[in-house]
Design a protein around this ligand. Structure first.
Ligand code: MSP
Length: 534
């Protein structure tokens, strides 16, 4: 069986380079993993959510029809344990923590189209339909099972995968479990998965992670246990009421619930399989092996694209709630809610940092010192300085009315390159490179001002020319940086005397040089990014 990953994909934009299913535009469905609702969100969860949100916003900006999904994973042993520890029912506990996730995303200005909770009736219906389909097709059977289980991962480990009997992700002891389970015939999909990845070389990005998934498949696939009798906090198995589905098996299906699998075929057709799953590196096996095989078993196409990111590290270790009791970490960033960071630095600066500091794909350090350094360099000294400088000099030399840019400005060519580079980077899931490209334009405008020194000159054509160009650069920067910093760019847009918003488009038209109208009032306002003390 083969499926086309480019299904539903519209033609490529110019400047996007090689056609990959990553660069496909037109309709764009993006998901984050659904976060375990055993605890409140932390900065590591915010990293993935903000990146997915900004990428979704970039696609909306380009005129694509976008559906962005996030949510909470609310079943399983870990959830049940957390509720018991807190003396409440699992439902009461997940109601509380999922509210905390929604609040955190709203504080970070995340504009998701849907928020799915796996305890919702709509999800139960989809899970039962989808798994019922796999059962009917003969890919599920019953057998006894015993193994070593890490409750934090909600996953079984083989003895040799453990380090001193502890799970390698959480460094917690794995416990021995034994039950009569239903199994999914994952082993039947080895060849089909390899064929699928062979035919779709960009389905897993980056290539290092694709290789990881491929070597896992080539190492041989064992059937997986997909139900539990040891707990009741899960989606009931429709054909056997003694069992609930294993949490991972129910969780992955959220991606289908939200787009109407089994309930709204037309809607489902619209969004599947042209999906982009943004996930962290420790859940590759679930998404790149189990999930496509489950889709094949149910007779639907596997997801078109899985983009794998690394971890935010604190003191060299994964920033994680499960490690909050690890006192060897130099800063207890695990205890810092994303909202505390936005209160200290502002929403858009934290969004910018999460997008700019650690490129999607690798691991990277996350620290308060790092936030301050980047904030002062990129936001206060670069963007903030350009806005303040231009507004001040327009005030003193042009009576507060912004001049028009030069049609043949020396910056115009650079601007065209920057727009193309920015688009290419964002469509390849590289917000950091996209922002870096955009900031080249800010650097060029600041350098042109330094060279021309309009503040030392008498009003006239030379002053107007350099200021008009700088205003046009700011207009373009507002558009290109709006997915990262929606509020700040809207504020700069307003101060430039522009109407509407930076996201109004049409993108291809408004990102060409020369649309700053001139003759409009420019407002100075308060500093956008007051410098922070290191
Ligand atoms: N519930 C599962 C996902 C099911 S998706 C069908 C799960 N939840 S999680 O809350 O543990 O992790 C969710 C995501 O957050 C993962 O992709 C994980 O990589 C990401 N992160 C958690 N800590 C992180 C960092 N320190 N850095 C970057 N991402 C991090 O797994």
């Amino acid at each position: 069986m083969r499926w086309r990953s480019e299904q539903n994909a519209a033609p490529l934009r110019e400047g996007q380079g090689e056609p990959t299913n990553l660069a496909a535009v037109g309709r764009f469905y993006i998901t984050t993993p659904i976060y375990y609702a055993n605890d409140v969100p932390h900065v590591g969860s915010a990293y993935c959510t903000v990146n997915a949100d900004a990428i979704a916003r970039f696609h909306r900006l380009m005129g694509d029809e976008v559906f962005s999904l996030t949510g909470t994973d609310e079943h399983g042993q870990k959830l049940a344990d957390a509720a018991t520890k807190n003396g409440v029912s699992p439902q009461a506990w997940v109601d509380q923590t999922s509210t905390a996730f929604k609040a955190a995303w709203s504080a970070l200005d995340v504009a998701n189209d849907d928020f799915i909770r796996t305890t919702e009736p709509r999800h139960r219906t989809t899970v039962q339909k989808f798994l019922g389909e796999i059962y009917d097709r003969g890919f599920i059977y019953k057998a006894p099972y015993s193994g070593l289980y890490c409750v934090s991962c909600e996953d079984y480990y083989t003895e040799d995968a453990l380090i001193d009997g502890k799970c390698p992700v959480h460094m917690k002891p794995a416990v021995s479990m034994s039950e009569d389970n239903y199994f999914f015939k994952l082993s039947a999909f080895e060849d089909q998965l390899l064929e699928w990845y062979e035919a779709n070389p960009t389905a897993i990005q980056p290539a290092t992670k694709r290789n990881e998934a491929l070597s896992f498949i080539k190492g041989g696939l064992k059937d997986i246990s997909i139900t539990r009798t040891s707990l009741s906090w899960g989606v009931p198995v429709p054909w056997d009421s003694d069992h609930v589905f294993y949490v991972w098996y129910d969780a992955l299906i959220n991606y289908l619930t939200a787009i109407g699998y089994g309930t709204d075929p037309e809607r489902f057709e619209q969004w599947w399989p042209s999906v982009h799953h943004l996930i962290g590196k420790e859940i590759i096996r679930f998404h790149c092996v189990w999930w496509p095989a489950m889709c094949m078993a149910a007779g639907i196409a596997p997801p078109a694209n899985i983009f794998v990111h690394g971890w935010l590290l604190v003191g060299g270790k994964k920033l994680s709630k499960s490690m909050a009791d690890d006192d060897s970490a130099p800063v207890k960033l695990t205890d810092i809610a994303p909202e505390q960071l936005t209160a200290e630095f502002g929403v858009d600066p934290i969004r910018y940092h999460l997008l700019r500091e650690v490129p999607l794909g690798g691991d990277g350090d996350f620290s308060i010192e790092g936030i301050i350094t980047r904030y002062n360099a990129d936001l206060a000294n670069n963007l903030g300085n350009l806005v303040a400088r231009v507004a001040t000099v327009v005030g003193s030399k042009c009576g507060g009315i912004g001049p028009r840019p030069m049609p043949d400005s020396p910056i115009a060519d650079l601007a065209a390159t920057v727009v193309a580079d920015t688009v290419a980077a964002w469509t390849r899931f590289q917000p950091n490179a996209g922002l870096e490209a955009t900031w080249r334009l800010i650097g060029a405008a600041n350098a042109a001002l330094e060279q021309a020194e309009p503040w030392k000159k008498d009003p006239g054509a030379a002053v107007d020319a350099v200021l008009g160009d700088a205003l046009e650069v700011l207009r373009l920067v507002c558009i290109l940086a709006s997915p990262a910093m929606p509020s700040v760019t809207a504020e700069i847009w307003r101060r430039l005397g522009l109407s509407g918003s930076p996201a109004d488009g049409p993108f291809d038209e408004v990102t060409t040089w020369g649309h700053y109208p001139g003759g409009v009032p420019v407002e100075k306002g308060d500093p956008l990014f007051p410098r922070k003390k290191a």
